[in-house]
Design a protein around this ligand. Structure first.
Ligand SMILES: [Mn+2]
Length: 304
């Protein structure tokens, strides 16, 4: 079957890997002359606006009402994580490309490799397999995905192959330091002050070998910084050497999101996340809570 109308869908609040892998595929589809759109719930952060075709990304769920021959889900463990309506998922051919160990293999075709650093790395493999000539713009998309998901090649998902892929992408003319400036060196003064506030609030639980802090929706308003300015903070918390697990809570009025990190090889934080209905990787995971959290005397407690 030839697919002419292709919808790419990825997870909520798309990150560098979600956007990078989606836009690399979009460049490919554009080159093939296909009609395509990219859906992600939650806006693309400003620091990814440098990526090509970023204007093809929409947050408008009406896109699902159009006729699609093929849906490609990227960096999402299930089709519902990419917000593809169940009805549409049931009747449309789906390709599922992901590197999360918790992926549900929900597609007709599943290209799932938990050993890959990023979805971008798997998309690279796809282009290699079909011998597609990747240009500088496409390489920039994929390198953005790899760079962000590996924390600048510092996370343990960085393999010999990841470095080889990055090297090959650099040969296409993409500049690693320029991508770094976009995706890492991108904080404002008020954003850094907010980081300072979060750092000053760190609490530790020696029994759980856990250090944690939080940022509230009101903090974002008070410091007038967008949520994307918190990107990287949980990884920064993970520089701590005397605790094994770190957590950052983003607290909204009636809910909270937790991001968890560990440096230890013998701790699997995705299991903790899954216990709360979330997911992720061994060293980086997260979950959401439908509760109102509040700090009282230095402790986060659930308010009803
Ligand atoms: Mn990813």
């Amino acid at each position: 079957m030839e697919a002419n109308n292709v919808l790419i869908a990825t997870h909520e609040n798309p990150d560098g890997d979600a956007c990078g892998s989606a836009l690399a595929l979009a460049l490919y589809l554009q080159n093939l002359g296909k009609n395509f759109q990219i859906f992600a719930k939650g806006r693309v952060p400003d620091f990814l606006f440098f990526l090509p075709l970023v204007d093809k990304m929409t947050t408008d769920a009406k896109i699902f009402e159009r006729k699609w021959d093929l849906i490609i889900c990227l960096d999402a463990t299930s089709s519902s994580r990419a917000f593809v309506p169940n009805e549409l998922a049931a009747k449309t051919v789906m390709i599922n490309i992901d590197h999360h160990i918790t992926n549900e293999n929900f597609g007709l075709y599943n290209i799932v490799d938990p050993g890959a650093s990023s979805t971008a790395e798997i998309v690279f493999d796809f282009f290699k397999a079909i011998d597609y000539p990747m240009d500088r713009r496409l390489a920039s998309c994929l390198l953005t995905g790899i760079l962000t998901d590996t924390g600048g090649f510092s996370h343990p998902n960085t393999t010999v192959k990841t470095m080889a892929v990055a090297s090959e992408l650099m040969k296409k003319g993409t500049k690693i330091h320029q991508i770094f400036n976009h995706v890492v060196h991108n904080k404002s003064l008020s954003g850094l002050r907010l980081w300072g506030m979060a750092l000053s609030r760190i609490q530790a639980n020696p029994k759980l070998d856990l250090a944690y802090t939080y940022i509230t929706a009101d903090d974002l308003i008070n410091y007038s910084v967008p949520e994307e300015e918190i990107d990287g903070l949980v990884n920064f918390l993970n520089v701590i050497s005397d605790y094994s697990v770190v957590m950052l809570f983003k607290i909204d009025r009636g809910s909270a999101k937790a991001s968890i990190r560990t440096k230890r090889d013998d701790i699997d934080v995705s299991r903790l996340a899954m216990a709360f209905g979330g997911g992720g990787h061994q060293k980086a995971a997260g979950f959401s809570l439908p509760w109102r959290l509040e700090e009282i005397n230095g402790k986060l407690v659930v308010k009803d």
